[in-house]
Design a binder for this molecule. Structure first.
Ligand code: UD1
Length: 430
């Protein structure tokens, strides 16, 4: 077990290269199951979750090779996924419980094999995270799904048939699973109230390259005309907007000057507007954006919503920013009910915070005070690390496997920007 030691007080200056998005990469890898033969996916982030997805696919009989870049500052790689004519159709609990996104194989396997047995992920540190919309949507396409001994058993004895699916909420995971099932279903499917995240558009573009017929990607209504078969492709993963946003917040908190390269500013429009409101200067460049800050940030209110609203995955980082900002801010979390647990760790560093249901009020303090804290999930870990960058004395962040799940080469990248961050053995792991 390792922990991170961060000593605050350094200004971040320089340039970083943002790798491909975790939340795209894992779904693109699952989508490879839809076509027999070798699919190549580039710009994958070098993170634990990609390794877990590779292992899951290997257990289904796929040959998976991961090649990581050896270029300095480039924490990406390429996967070659060789999918057999008849992939295995089971995903065990030992992998699913390590990575909830394993559930993304449900749709593609159902479409390819006509039956699937996938362990059911439980709740996790940020909320209960139901699967009802995944199940209802696939049932609308003709699947029969039961829950037995901790597994979801799904079958489509007479094949999947296109249908209209209206989601109660624009769930990212449910939209993706239904989409990946619909591309090989007979006839046409309409997904209403679909999620509009850039990662959904990325998945649709890869599926289109494979031969799928999809309209409306990025809008609330996605239309799919099923085809008989799809072909393997070579595809590049979209840049990670959450990682890009995390660096942007780090630049603002440390009153730094950071160019975030290989990033799409448009995917962060609301978050970057908030940083401008906090006092930052942001310039959009050809392949990214530059963030410059020369004073203590002003507090900014944040309300999380499905895309194009403010991303819940940037909420902890903005909470860290608000904890040292000038003024009082309110954060409203509408997506994951347990995401405020992290604020109690932030309070250990001296943040002044009160929560009431899904609202949190932060009263910015001039300085945080380094202490041992525990990362409870990926973004909470990032938020604590950012807080450590401006705290007085060392902050020790334990359970950093969470951070490793989502941020490729994070410590190296922050070090290159001038931060005092290192890994060390954790003598007292939780
Ligand atoms: C994905 C992202 C995650 C991001 C989230 C919201 C991945 C691997 N993860 O998670 O980083 O924070 O989108 O942008 O891509 N819900 C149900 N029933 C369902 C499905 C969802 O109640 O069948 C609820 C969830 O509990 C949650 C909300 O809907 O409260 C949003 O979940 P969803 O959009 O599905 O997020 P994920 O796909 O799990």
């Amino acid at each position: 077990m390792e922990r991170l030691r961060v000593v605050g007080g350094r200004r971040l200056v320089g340039r970083v290269r943002v790798p491909g998005a975790k939340n795209s990469a894992l779904k693109l890898m699952a989508a490879a199951l839809l076509a027999e033969g070798e699919t190549r996916i580039g710009n994958l982030p070098r993170i634990l979750d990609v390794e877990i997805m590779a292992e899951l696919l290997r257990r289904m009989g796929c040959g998976v090779e991961l090649d990581w870049s050896i270029e300095p500052g480039d924490h990406t790689g390429v996967a070659r996924i060789d999918v057999p004519a008849e992939p295995g159709h089971e995903a065990d609990y030992d992998l699913v419980r390590r990575m909830r996104a394993s559930i993304a194989v449900l749709g593609p396997l159902l479409a390819r094999c006509g039956r699937v047995k996938v362990a059911r992920p439980g709740g996790d540190a940020i909320g209960s995270r139901g699967l009802d919309m995944h199940i209802d949507g696939l049932t609308r396409l003709g699947a029969e799904i039961t829950n037995e001994h901790g597994f979801l058993l799904a079958s489509a004895p007479t094949g999947l048939r296109g249908s209209t699916v209206e989601l109660d909420f624009p769930s990212v995971g449910a939209t993706e699973n239904i989409l990946m099932a619909a591309v090989l279903a007979e006839g046409s499917t309409v997904i209403d109230n679909a999620a509009r995240e850039p990662e959904i558009v990325d998945l649709c573009q890869m599926l289109q390259a494979m031969g799928a017929k999809i309209g409306g990607a990025g809008s609330s209504t996605i239309e799919v005309q099923g085809v008989d078969r799809l072909s393997p492709v070579s595809y590049e993963t979209l840049s990670d907007r959450i990682v890009a946003g995390t660096f942007a917040v780090a630049a603002v908190m440390t009153q730094g000057d950071v160019t975030v390269g290989h990033a799409v500013a448009e995917h962060l429009r609301i978050a970057l507007d908030k940083l401008v409101a906090a006092g930052a200067g942001i310039t959009v460049e050809e392949n990214g954006f530059r963030v410059v800050m020369d004073r203590r940030p002003s507090a900014v209110d944040v309300v999380t919503l499905p895309y194009p609203g403010f991303a819940t995955d940037l909420q902890p980082q903005f909470a860290a920013l608000n904890s040292v900002a000038d003024g009082v801010s309110m954060i409203t979390e509408n997506i994951f009910e347990a995401r405020f647990v992290f604020l109690q760790e932030l309070a250990r560093l001296g943040a002044q915070v009160r929560t009431d249901g899904h609202h949190a009020v932060l009263r910015g303090v001039p300085r945080l005070s380094g202490a041992p804290v525990r990362s409870t999930d990926i973004r909470a870990g990032a938020g604590l690390l950012l807080a450590g960058l401006v705290a007085e004395g060392p902050t020790l962040v334990s359970e950093i496997h969470h951070i490793d799940r989502g941020y490729a080469g994070f410590v190296e990248q922050l070090t290159e920007l001038g931060a005092d961050v290192s890994r060390e053995p954790d003598p007292d792991p939780f």
